[in-house]
Design a protein around this ligand. Structure first.
Ligand SMILES: NC(=O)c1ccc[n+]([C@@H]2O[C@H](COP(=O)([O-])OP(=O)(O)OC[C@H]3O[C@@H](n4cnc5c(N)ncnc54)[C@H](O)[C@@H]3O)[C@@H](O)[C@H]2O)c1
Length: 248
């Protein structure tokens, strides 16, 4: 308990699914939390839950793929809870199409929200992390970054980019006492996975040795490890809670 006492965390996509679970777990461990999401109504509910736990919280609306919206929301967050010490780049989308029929817009939107956003949100917090000589950045990738999947080339490419970004940034900022790591979960029982075509989900769960999706509460503790002092020696790593889908 209290592994993040007094820390300030910002979780993108914190209104629902994995981001919500991470935001609430961090709050239970003592952090004040900013929840940044497109869905401001749900983000406000999570912020209320965090205040109910006794921590400070703020909800801010942003499309994390949009530079101006990121700047504005992050300024709002810092104004309310203070400089961000722990950033969780979690917001993401999915969609399916074989490459031969994929519209350019689908490709571009995937890269914008699942990869460009990681750069934008990280860039928004880094100057103060460097000045404060402390930071923890946790990027949510996917096991598809390692394995790929039919109809998910755009998603897999974006998530593989997240891992490469994580490693490269880790080299740059280690000297400032900032760690950067990624988590590459297997299929999770969230809206994002439930929206996928039934046949895609059934095939995926056949491949996973545990034959079930993970729960968000089975993944959030990995983020806590990377955010807390216990995880201080992880740098540029990708942790893989994935039900055995990729054994790395
Ligand atoms: N669910 C899975 O099977 C699975 C597996 C591996 C990795 N992941 C990754 O985990 C992360 C969280 O996914 P989830 O399953 O909790 O999804 P989810 O759909 O349950 O939640 C995603 C959250 O992100 C927000 N969001 C989406 N686009 C946004 C944008 N442009 N700007 C701001 N907020 C935005 C949504 O409003 C929502 O609150 C994503 O990066 C996803 O790719 C999910």
């Amino acid at each position: 308990m209290d592994r993040l006492r007094g820390r300030v965390a910002l979780v993108t996509g914190g209104a629902k699914g994995l981001g919500r679970a991470i935001a609430l777990l961090f709050a239970r461990e003592g952090a004040n939390v900013a929840v940044v999401d497109l869905d401001i109504a749900e983000a406000r509910k999570v912020a209320d839950e965090i205040r109910g736990i006794g921590r400070e919280a703020v909800a801010a609306r942003a499309d994390v793929g949009d530079p101006d919206q990121v700047t504005q929301a992050f300024q709002q967050a810092v104004g309310a809870v203070g400089d961000v010490q722990i950033l969780v780049n979690n917001a993401g989308i999915d969609s399916t199409s074989v490459v031969a029929e994929m519209p350019l817009e689908m490709w571009d939107e995937m890269i914008r929200i699942n990869l460009r956003s990681i750069f934008l949100c990280t860039r928004a917090v880094l100057p103060r992390m460097i000045r404060n000589h402390y930071g923890r950045i946790i990027n949510i990738s996917s096991q598809l970054a390692h394995k790929g999947a039919r109809e998910m080339a755009h998603y897999s490419a974006a998530k593989a980019g997240v891992i490469a970004f994580t490693r490269s940034l880790a080299y740059e900022v280690a000297e400032h006492n900032i760690t950067v790591n990624a988590i590459a979960p297997g299929p999770l029982d969230t809206e994002l996975f439930r929206k996928l075509p039934e046949s895609w989900r059934a095939n995926k769960l056949k491949e996973v040795p545990l034959h079930r999706p993970g729960t968000v509460d089975e993944i959030a503790p990995t983020a806590l490890l990377l955010a807390s002092d216990d995880g201080g020696y992880y740098l540029g790593s990708t942790l893989n809670p994935n039900g055995g889908d990729v054994m790395v």
